[in-house]
Design a protein around this ligand. Sequence first.
Ligand code: BES
Ligand code: MN
Ligand code: ZN
Length: 501
Amino acid sequence: MDFELKTLDLAGAAAEKCDVLLVVVTEGFQAKGRDPVSRLVSAALAARDLEPKPGKMLHAYRPEGVAATRVMFVGAGDGSGKRVHAAVQAAAGALRSAAAKKLVIVLPAGSGDAAVRAAVCGTAESSYVYVATKSKPEGRELKKVVIGVADAAAHRQAFQRARSAAVGIEFARELGNLPPNYATPTRLGEEAQRLGKAHGFAVEVMGPKEVARIGMGSFASVAKGSAEPLRFIVMRYDGAGKGEAPVVLVGKGITFDTGGISIKPSAEMDEMKYDMGGAASVLGTFRALAELKPKLNVVGLIPSCENMPDGSAYKPGDILTSLSGQTIEVLNTDAEGRLILCDALTYAERFKPRAVIDIATLTGACVVALGGVRSGMFATDDDLADQLLAAGDAALDPCWRLPMDDEYAEGLKTNFADVANVAGRAAGAVVAAKFLHRFAQNYPWAHLDIAGTAWKGGASKGSTGRPVGLLLEFLLAQEGRAVTATPRKAAAKGGRSRAKA
Ligand code: BES
Ligand code: MN
Ligand code: ZN
């Protein structure tokens, strides 16, 4: 889909040839012009047939003096990013039934960067159609979107960032939606390699032999029950000088999670194809970085395998030796995400990172706690936590910080190894974070539990592409904040979490 940013007022919009002209109307909207669109808005507002309230809509067909086939007016309240996003989404159904190919959106004067971003990301999101495995693919109708603002130059940067974010989000979404017999660990490795080749960043894909040689005994064990060979993907986006410490992103890449020997119930087990949502978000973020070319260094790490039951599968009771040297007793083979992530977190140390962020569909408990609205966020560093929180809000891809007191790790004690992989049912999302915390001692670290936000159930079932928006926003805010390759020591164990303060 092709986006264009243009300086347009309502008079200019009237002259735009398109299938649909979408006029966003906010509180205090004043259309004083003598052009046909301004007159329509004024008349409709005066008659109260149109209100600037969020979601309110009014349609017109081939109005006199307007080049567009249809004009749609949509209310967007205070004109914030959130409201504009909702307004564009509200119009999406009508766009689809009109089979619109070209859309022009006019934002009211005084709109901020957030509104521009919402208009771009909102149209991309609501016009996406999954076709990859349909025999008669009927793809996206919308080909061209023009965003009209009072001063295009003033919003150029926000527009370009939004366009790249939309591409990255869609890439992650598509991978998440692919069935598990397509999106295998091998396929994820190939996608990474293809991205690296097309955009000029370095990609290394390792298999079972290399992973065993490195000593990732925990990760390798999870893969044992599967006929699909594991992959460990390392991506390097080097946009800054060699001396600058990178941010490392680690994405959980379980391409199908049956639970293994501790097998899951059959109902809705198909949804466990999205258990590579963390990996998809790292790939999507790299896709966007490759376009925007910010001056910073980013490393992407993806441990990827299936979690299957089999004669050769790992079992409850098994003791695994992780790359860190710590031994782990497996009490539940369905708590596999932390077992592949822990080795990647240790591997991350070799990059002397300024920060490490892992992204994982890690626990059902996080879905219970936060649902699909905010991702769970854990951090050992308050600055990092605040930055992630702010990035999430700005990108309309929000998260919420959860506590990490050491007491939450009590249940992970065992007589047979350094740590067990599960504890009781209480505070499951926090316990998982505390398990990972043991492997993330040597750098500022944050963990995003996206089990509730990476996909939606119900009628609009599918992948969301989250949290690519959050990650990209966070990374772009790091540009220029140069940090040399000596990592500062991570905050004290447990961090100064909000819950403790
Ligand atoms: N991939 C699941 C987490 C999950 C559950 C994601 C529901 C999305 C929706 C993870 O591997 C898992 O199975 N976690 C277990 C952990 C438990 C055994 C401690 C869970 O949440 O039940
Ligand atoms: Mn599992
Ligand atoms: Zn899982």
